[in-house]
Ligand binder design. Structure first.
Ligand code: SF4
Length: 470
């Protein structure tokens, strides 16, 4: 998905920029980048972070960087920030975007023969550069950002580092969050509010969908008011987001507790203890254990010293290997036990299947699984959701394919959790995973655990509901 952090201050901003960006490391796997503005112009560094953490890659660079405003990004695909020379002046840009009409926009740009793209080093047109060409069509940064927001299909949140200050813009339907923080003499904009507390920032406010603001060290100036429609990604609370963060003022960990509690309220499993598949399953499991009164245990412990959550290589085989190496089972806690695991979701299910097999190998008597959201049957087309490349890889879709014997089936028939088809799909997944039992969260329980009206949330992955105007 990716994440960004920007700051503008009366003092040097580099330490805040460095650590603030680093707190977005769980959101991206490919590139990290920082840009700062000073009297010499814009200084920039970009590194490949596929095999090394962001912090270790930039430790040397930041000693040479100085400036009072800057932007940083953790990116799933493209190299960023880009430095753009335009009629608006020289500026730096980062985006958290999934530009689904990228080819069409590029073709449109080539129609104007004066336009070219120069950021081709990632073996394709850089989406952030395309967004910059849209911004450059405006008579001002405000107008240019509005053009980009109206033109991009998918989602596109933006930070611009300019002579006028720092522009922060949330994508038109607010699928991704942008939060503004403040401390004495400085303002910051981020995707993750968890980047603020240890840097001394207080949350000032959450930008609304499509809202644009300009930050200066002294304040936050409104540029474009928020739109009325919102489709924030519900999966942020289930899986993507960091537990200490809030979106729309709603904390991730608290939602996970409530998800676990909702699962327990509809369950009657007779087990010895509850466990979470680390990391994101942990909050759900604590909620389940609290509600059910069944003890919470950690039969799997994550080896955090060298396998942090942020290390998620793009290559699926390597990711599966990393996932296996990270989690270490404890035989004495597992042997002869009936264990109920809470998990954020079952996306493809391959890593989870390995984890379940290991639990059985270590002597578990029963393994029950309770995902905190319904089965995923529609591939995300609004964010760069790197956990699944193809819709047919999704565990729910694979099960439907097995049942129906063909891919050209409307998965909508399988969505109703009270239908026989849904039960058959879940049973297929249960058998493939080798589980004693499998029960998914109901969508209405997930929505109520988040606490926003359903029509303010994107729930497309589970029910295929989409806003006509995306
Ligand atoms: S489709 Fe799923 S992952 Fe994508 S924005 Fe919607 S809820 Fe989030």
């Amino acid at each position: 998905m990716g994440g960004f952090f920007g700051v503008i201050s009366k003092n040097d901003c580099v330490p805040d920029l460095f650590y603030g960006t680093d707190y977005h490391s769980h959101l991206g796997t490919s590139r990290g980048g920082l840009a700062v503005k000073n009297g010499d112009g814009i200084q920039r560094h970009i590194h490949d972070i596929t095999t090394t953490q962001f912090r270790s890659k930039f430790e040397f660079d930041i000693k040479q960087m100085h400036g009072r405003s800057g932007i940083g990004v953790i990116s799933d695909y493209e190299s960023q920030p880009l430095i753009i020379g335009s009629h608006l002046g020289v500026y730096a840009i980062v985006t958290v975007a999934a530009v689904s009409n990228l080819a069409e926009l590029a073709r449109g740009a080539f129609g104007n023969r004066a336009t070219h793209f120069s950021e081709m080093s990632d073996l394709g047109i850089n989406p952030t550069e395309v967004v910059a060409t849209l911004i450059n069509q405006g008579g001002s940064f405000a107008e240019g950002i509005q053009i980009a927001q109206q033109t991009v299909r998918g989602s596109c949140s933006i930070l611009l580092l300019t002579d006028e200050g720092l522009y922060a813009a949330r994508d038109r339907l607010g699928r991704t969050p942008v939060v503004i923080g403040a401390k004495e003499g400085a303002h910051a904009a981020a995707v993750e509010s968890c980047s603020f507390p240890n840097l001394g920032y207080e949350v000032k406010r959450y930008l609304g969908p499509g809202e644009i603001v300009r930050l200066t060290p002294e304040g936050v100036e409104p540029v474009q008011a928020p739109g009325g429609r919102m489709q924030i990604c519900a999966f942020l609370w289930v899986y993507f987001g960091f537990p200490a963060s809030c979106y729309e003022g709603i904390n991730v960990e608290e939602v996970r507790y409530r998800c676990g509690m909702a699962l327990a309220r509809r369950d009657n499993a007779q087990v010895d203890f509850i466990a979470g598949i680390p990391d994101s399953g942990t909050g759900h499991a604590i909620g389940y254990a609290t509600q059910s009164g069944i003890p919470y245990r950690r039969p799997y412990v994550k080896y955090t010293p060298t396998w942090p959550r942020s290390f998620m290589p793009q290559d699926q085989a390597v990711r599966d290997l990393v996932a296996r190496m990270k989690l270490i089972p404890i035989r004495s806690m597992i042997e002869n036990k009936r264990i109920l695991f809470c998990e954020d979701s079952i996306v493809r299910g391959t890593q989870l299947k390995d984890a379940i097999r290991i639990i059985y190998d270590y002597g578990a008597a029963e393994v029950h699984m309770r995902p905190a959201c319904p089965p995923l049957v529609f591939g995300c087309k609004f964010l760069n959701f790197s956990r699944s490349k193809s819709e047919l890889d999704l565990a729910g879709r694979k099960a439907i394919l097995e049942i129906e014997g063909k891919a050209s089936v409307d998965p909508a028939d399988y969505i109703n959790p009270d239908s026989d088809k849904h039960a058959a799909m879940v049973e297929r997944i249960r058998q493939r995973m080798g589980l004693t039992s499998l029960k998914y969260q109901r969508l209405e329980d997930l929505v109520s655990a988040i606490g926003l009206p359903k029509d303010r949330l994107c729930t497309y992955c589970w029910d295929g509901a989409e806003h006509a105007d995306w």
